[in-house]
Design a binder for this molecule. Structure first.
Ligand SMILES: [Zn+2]
Length: 497
């Protein structure tokens, strides 16, 4: 990669942990390290590092990203580059991404990716687009694997979700399992106090908090309703005809106590489920542009006599009926449009190279994380055995040694859990087959995909959206447009149109 010589070499770094990596400890530090060494390799001067820590990374509020944009927009800071690990650190949806890119371009700031192709042409853009779609596909595959893993765990009586009062350890069969921890006594006491029938949930929680328990009303209510504490795993996936299974973990309370508490608090179950902001009923929302004003269209349901009818419409041109399209019509036309797209045969060869390169980077990243975890674990084990020897030789008293050994054991356990959570890497042929299958079956895949993959796909084909005109979908021809797709006809007409 060439760094333009007429620009400053000042850069900032942005790190964020994606949802799939929440469990991979230290990955923020890893990202930072990789970004710094990338900057060094390209003689960039790192002025500031923006780290999206904890909640702000997960919830998507991303205060650090905003701070970064403000920082680089100020001319006095004279920043030319933003260094990030991978495109998915920034691109969670196309609107966010292009808004960001536009703002950065205005300040003449370029984004550089440590693990992606950095070419500023359509090849580079395609590579990054494909990388985003592959990440989405992988997370779909992983969630399938997770589902299968959950089924297996449930049927064998293993509870594998995080649960207050328990910690994960690796059981003698090498599987993740819950074991009571220091919070267990508060939970036992909570059930016992509730069973007296004289305290409200809030009062019990106040008592427990005064004794050192850390929780809040909604979470405590969930605890009191959770049969896992009396040793039973509820059949939430419907794999055992809805019947609970006896768990292999150590219960904190008896079934009798649990049932008694249920009787006391019955009828007070909260039903709050948060509404999804991103609506899966309208995948083309914010992708199709209004033919009159060019704004992205929004969507809504209107109540008919027998059923609800979905519409896409422009939020500005509300008075005009021509900018209101039925959901069914628009999505059918869009599907036909996808069917009409072909891959340019000449593009296939370099596409294959791109995919293999993307794949190599991904594998490298996973392997590095696995190796780092392995190394940490080994070092901890060595430290532990040194301590044990020191105690045995009388150089340290058992009193001084054993709390240290316990601490190390806890750390080893933590690393082991992280290792057992890591997914096996995908195979390169599998990946390439998928990309080919994917490009040849866009319509079918789009129809079956969940919202996230649908949006990534749409974004890959036409990152800046589509126009809909009189039974006709038009993609937007911008420098971003990905040239591997050639439509059979120049613009696609629906059968009815
Ligand atoms: Zn409009």
């Amino acid at each position: 990669m060439k760094i333009e010589t007429n620009k400053s070499h000042r850069a900032v770094i942005y790190c964020r942990v994606s949802t799939e990596e929440q469990t991979l400890g230290g990955s923020l530090d890893y990202q930072e390290k990789e970004c710094i060494s990338f900057a060094q390799r390209h003689s960039l001067e790192v002025i500031r590092i923006f780290r999206e820590e904890g909640e702000s990374g997960r919830s998507g509020s991303r205060t650090q990203l905003n701070a970064l944009v403000n920082f680089v927009s100020l001319r006095k800071n004279d920043i030319s580059y933003v260094v990030v690990l991978k495109v998915d650190r920034l691109m969670r949806n196309h609107i966010e991404f292009y808004a960001l890119e536009t703002v950065l371009q205005k300040s003449k700031v370029r984004i550089l990716y440590v693990l992606e192709n950095n070419e500023n042409n359509s090849n580079g853009k395609l590579a990054r687009g494909i990388s985003g779609v592959m990440a989405e596909y992988e997370s779909n595959v992983n969630s399938e694997r997770t589902k299968a893993g959950n089924r297996e765990a449930f049927l064998s009586g293993r509870y594998i979700k995080k649960l207050k009062g328990y910690s994960f350890k690796i059981n003698p069969l090498g599987k993740k399992q819950i074991y009571p921890n220091e919070d267990a006594r508060y939970i036992i006491r909570g059930f016992e106090l509730m069973a007296k029938g004289i305290y409200s949930q809030r009062e019990v929680l106040t008592i427990l908090k005064a004794e050192g328990f850390n929780s809040y009303p909604q979470a405590f209510n969930k605890i009191l309703h959770n049969p896992v504490y009396c040793g039973f795993l509820p059949d939430t996936q419907g794999v055992n005809n809805g019947e609970a299974i006896k768990g292999i973990h150590e219960p904190l309370i008896s079934k009798e106590l649990f049932d008694k508490v249920q009787d006391i608090i019955d009828g007070k179950r909260p039903t709050a489920t948060p509404r999804k902001r991103n609506n899966p009923s309208f995948p083309l929302r914010k992708f199709i542009r209004c033919r009159k004003c060019g704004r992205f269209m929004t969507s809504s349901f209107s109540q008919g006599k027998l059923k609800k009818y979905g519409y896409y419409h422009c939020s500005k041109c509300t008075s005009s009926t021509e900018t209101r399209i039925s959901k069914d019509v628009l999505e059918a036309v869009f599907l036909e449009y996808l069917k009409s797209l072909n891959i340019d045969n000449e593009a296939i060869l370099w596409l294959q190279e791109t995919v293999i390169a993307v794949f190599r980077n991904k594998t490298k990243y996973l392997e590095q994380q696995r190796r780092a975890l392995d190394k940490d674990k080994k070092e901890l084990e060595e430290e532990k055995s040194r301590l044990i020897h020191a105690v045995a030789a009388g150089r340290i008293t058992a009193e001084d040694g054993s709390p240290e050994i316990q601490k190390i054991n806890a750390k080893i356990n933590e690393k082991q859990i992280l290792l057992s959570d890591m997914v096996d890497s995908l195979d390169v042929d599998e990946c390439w087959n998928f990309v080919q299958y994917f490009l040849n079956n866009l319509a079918e895949i789009w129809a079956k995909a969940d919202l996230g993959l649908k949006q990534k796909l749409q974004c890959l084909i036409s990152p800046e959206g589509f126009y809909f005109e009189e039974h006709l979908i038009k993609h937007i021809k911008t420098p971003y447009f990905i040239s591997i797709f050639c439509s059979k006809t120049r613009d696609f007409k629906s059968k009815g149109g």
